[in-house]
Design a protein around this ligand. Structure first.
Ligand SMILES: [Zn+2]
Length: 253
């Protein structure tokens, strides 16, 4: 039996987290579509930060890349995330094309956490300067050899990382002086609250959803790294230092 970790500090704001609830490891996002894996018998505790409402699964956050590959990102991953192969990368490429296609001549784009690279390939077919980088599994590709970018996308990344502070260090190291980061993660506001069981479909260990962000936690994360933060909706957000000219429409200017 695995005992829950105690007094785990919030990796976003540093406050002491409290145990929020426990779910079975096989809880997956596909439960929202009425697809259920058999229970694994393995308990996964989620801790919540009372200050910024960031919620994490400390035990899984301590896993090695090998453990993540063995238990989560294995050949069965497609069963509980069927859209990750092509549906989502193509939709996200279309989103970026519609949002910033007019400015593509001035854009140097990196798709952070780009997996197979389909999003970047698709944008390149539309004439973009786009490349893909995936920090997982660690493969010897060095961040400082990639250069700097003025548009970085990170779709389906934030909720998967064991350490948001390390993620932000990586991303800020890739940002040019004028750079906008477009990223997705579903906000936990209204879903994860004290005295409410963790039934939210997005809190899914089997999908590797080990870092769950509230709006406040994203605001704190941005502030701590000297960035501005904004949301398009409850799942798509942006961070920026200074907006490039082709991105000023984000502020309505
Ligand atoms: Zn916090």
């Amino acid at each position: 039996m695995n005992a829950p970790a105690v007094a785990h500090p919030c990796p976003v704001c540093g406050a002491a987290t409290v145990i929020h609830d426990v779910v079975d490891f096989n809880k997956s996002c596909e439960e929202a579509r009425r697809y259920f894996l058999p229970l694994s018998g393995r308990a996964v505790y989620y801790h919540r930060c009372p200050a910024c409402a960031f919620t994490l699964a400390p035990e899984l956050c301590g896993w090695s890349d090998q453990e993540f590959q063995q238990h989560i990102y294995n050949q069965r991953y497609i069963d509980i995330d069927p859209d990750y192969v092509s549906k989502r990368p193509l939709a996200n490429a279309d989103f970026l094309q519609r949002l910033f296609g007019d400015g593509k001549a001035a854009i140097r784009h990196l798709d952070y956490g780009g997996g197979s690279g389909l999003l970047s390939q698709t944008l390149r077919l539309h004439g973009w300067d786009s490349s893909s980088y995936d920090p997982f599994p660690r493969n010897g590709q060095r961040l400082d050899e990639l250069g700097r970018f003025n548009l970085i996308s990170a779709f389906e990344v934030f909720e998967h990382v064991p350490d948001p502070a390390e993620l932000m260090q990586n991303i800020t190291a890739l940002m040019a002086d004028e750079c906008v980061v477009i990223f997705s993660t579903l906000l936990s506001d209204g879903h994860i609250e004290p005295n409410r069981r963790l039934t939210w479909w997005y809190a899914a260990p089997r999908n590797g959803h080990i870092s769950l962000f509230s709006k406040q936690s994203l605001i704190v994360l941005a502030e701590r790294h000297g960035l501005q933060f904004g949301s398009f909706n409850n799942v798509t957000h942006c961070l920026f230092n200074r907006l490039p000219p082709w991105a000023t429409k984000l502020t309505g200017a």
